[in-house]
Design a protein around this ligand. Structure first.
Ligand code: NAP
Length: 270
């Protein structure tokens, strides 16, 4: 581990050829400006630069355990909604970074407390936490908001999305786009069944960040559900209930352009 705290920058890259080439170029330019880029991830760094797409960013956040070190992304991926900088703009980015010409944005997360008959486990997500059936089975879930029964849901599953994740799986599933700074969670159904047999809400609901969303699998289905956090699957036996909240913990991202969100939306979704 390096001791010179102020000038250390971690460069975290996926294994794509374009990301590897961009990282090499980036490290060279950072070194020339006097920054130290360690070969192994350094907890004392002042910045994490993630090279790749949104998937690479999500993997880095999970791998480094929702670190306090702020992130900025260089997009070599498909979409790169989280990845603000284009490889051709690396020089401008470094100059702006040195001049402090950026804002630090907090990214709200979602936490789920998964309680089985034996124990409780905490999971954190940047985009969303999804409850789905194993082996493509229909899930049967009771949904409560702050203890108030909302519905008995039947369908493919439920997404609980953060504002930052609202443009991801949530959006593909008919959920609304929510501006990232809004303190909310969104409950979005996946193929809800609405028939004489079952009645599930067909659309998403956006709830204030202070509430607790509780999802209880019907007792016959307590071993039939999967929990998917930002694309990572978890399976627990004998799930009694899953509580969703917005945790105090956040991650930080640098923002070099205050209009970036709206430009991104237009250029990447329309
Ligand atoms: P993945 O292949 O890593 O990602 C799927 C797509 O979602 C990629 O194009 C990715 O962008 C994009 N994406 C990720 N976060 C986003 C965000 N906040 N806003 C807009 N687009 C975003 O898939 P994965 O490993 O299974 O899971 C990672 C994420 O993919 C999940 O958190 C989930 O939100 C999303 N996902 C979407 C669907 C769907 O839309 N039907 C299904 C499963 C998962 P890049 O190309 O830049 O990586």
């Amino acid at each position: 581990m390096t001791n010179n705290k102020s000038k250390i920058i971690n460069v975290i890259s996926n294994y794509n050829t374009s990301s590897q080439m961009t990282s090499k170029l980036l490290i060279d330019k950072l070194n020339k400006k006097g920054f130290v880029v360690p070969t192994k991830y350094d907890d004392n760094a002042e910045l994490n630069i993630c090279v790749g797409g949104d998937g690479a960013f999500l993997r880095a956040v999970h791998k480094y355990k929702f670190t306090d070190i702020p992130f900025i992304g260089i997009n070599t991926g498909h979409l790169g909604f989280f990845q603000e900088i284009l490889p051709e703009n690396i020089d401008t980015f470094i100059d702006k970074y040195i001049n402090g010409d950026y804002l630090v944005e907090k990214v709200l997360l979602v936490e789920s407390k998964v309680c089985t008959k034996e124990n409780c486990f905490h999971l954190f997500g940047v985009n969303e936490i999804v409850i789905k059936g194993i082996q493509s089975k229909v899930v049967h879930l009771e949904i409560f908001i702050d203890g108030n029964h909302l519905e008995k849901f039947c369908g493919d599953g439920i997404i609980v999305s953060t504002p930052a994740g609202s443009t991801a799986y949530n959006f593909s599933s008919g959920g609304s786009i929510v501006y990232p700074s809004l303190n909310t969670l969104q409950i979005t159904p996946l193929s809800p069944i609405s028939s004489r047999a079952y009645r599930s809400l067909p659309n998403s609901a956006i709830v204030p960040g202070e509430v607790t969303i509780t999802i209880k699998p019907e007792y016959r289905y307590e071993n039939s559900i999967l929990i998917i956090v930002d694309g990572f699957e978890y399976k627990y036996d004998d799930i009694v209930e899953v509580n969703f909240t917005i945790p105090e913990r956040t991650i930080s991202k640098l923002n070099f352009d205050k209009d970036m969100y709206w430009n991104n939306l237009k250029s990447k979704f329309l």
